[in-house]
Design a protein around this ligand. Structure first.
Ligand SMILES: [Mn+2]
Length: 301
């Protein structure tokens, strides 16, 4: 059966079974519940979130409307409910559910404060939790892996993978507590900063990243899939070794996709990954599409 095995900051996914991958929910509880349903419909799946599970928009539908092209379909931040649901799901399937640390979660455990939707999103989220829950949130996020590898040859990160060399010791020694955010964000200063914030990596950078990762694992990893940067079509083949996935945030509902990988298959390129995409809401139809279909029917008649 598919399961996660974690060694420090790196987690490994072993099969056989299915690997379901989703990215960047940003407090969208509806999408989380849909993912939950998909995961529970399979009896031998692992579920991996590519980070930025929390922190969503606080806009009214009226204020959202002019930005629909950039923000996707309207929703209101439900990070507290998503957090409670995520903890329950993980308690039910401790070896089968994991989330990679995203830059938004990092702000709860010593990372730079993020101000995408409110002046201090970590504070806005924590203000709506009880004292006990705030402790649970930090303890949970501290355990999230920074990098995930898999038996099927695909590795995962939140931001685009950096070329900075690493081994298990370097990963274990790097503290998530950031004292000088500006200095920390300078390229080459901190591996974690690059793992969480990069938006693209050329082929030579991905190759360098995979060299470091492959020195830690038994199964050779060929492709990296990351989130963080929304792709308008729901995904982007950046090049042969790099794939970007956008399951939820900034997406129109009909463009939302997730990955379903077979752990006993072996994927060697981002084009192989592209074949494994599934719509999150396969039955969605826009009014405009319904009109188009209707016109086609009339034309045929
Ligand atoms: Mn991010």
């Amino acid at each position: 059966m598919a399961r996660f095995r974690q060694e420090g900051r790196v987690a490994w996914i072993e099969g056989p079974g299915e690997l379901i991958v989703v990215s960047d929910l940003h407090g969208n509880l509806r999408d989380f519940l849909r993912v939950h349903q998909i995961f529970e419909a399979s009896d031998d799946a692992c579920l991996l979130f590519l980070g930025d599970l929390y922190h969503g928009p606080y806009l009214s539908p009226q204020d959202w409307a002019p930005h629909v092209d950039k923000l996707g379909d309207f929703y209101y931040d439900q990070s507290p409910g998503l957090f409670r649901s995520y903890l329950k799901l993980k308690a039910m399937y401790p070896d089968r559910v994991r989330a990679i640390l995203g830059n938004h979660e990092h702000s709860h455990i010593g990372g730079p404060r993020v101000a995408k939707f409110t002046p201090d999103e970590a504070a806005s989220f924590e203000d709506s939790l009880t004292t006990i829950e705030r402790g649970e949130l930090a303890r949970d996020i501290e355990e999230w892996p920074w990098i995930v590898g898999s038996q099927c040859g695909v590795a995962f990160t939140h931001g685009s993978p950096p070329p900075t060399p690493f081994d298990q010791q370097r990963l274990n020694q790097e503290s998530p507590i950031v004292r000088n955010p500006q200095q920390w964000a300078q390229p080459g200063n901190a591996l974690l900063s690059e793992l969480l914030w990069r938006r693209f990596s050329p082929p030579e950078d991905v190759k360098a990243f995979l060299n470091s990762l492959n020195s830690l694992c038994a199964v050779e990893q060929h492709v990296v899939t990351y989130g963080h940067e929304p792709s308008p079509e729901g995904y982007q083949v950046q090049h042969n070794a790099l794939f970007n996935l956008s399951t939820s945030f900034a997406m129109r509902r009909e463009k939302k996709v997730y990955l379903s990988l077979k752990l006993d298959s072996y994927y060697v390129s981002a084009y192989d990954i592209e074949e494994q995409l599934i719509p999150l809401y396969p039955d969605i139809k826009r009014i405009s599409d319904i009109f188009d279909d209707f016109e086609d029917t009339l034309d045929e008649a």
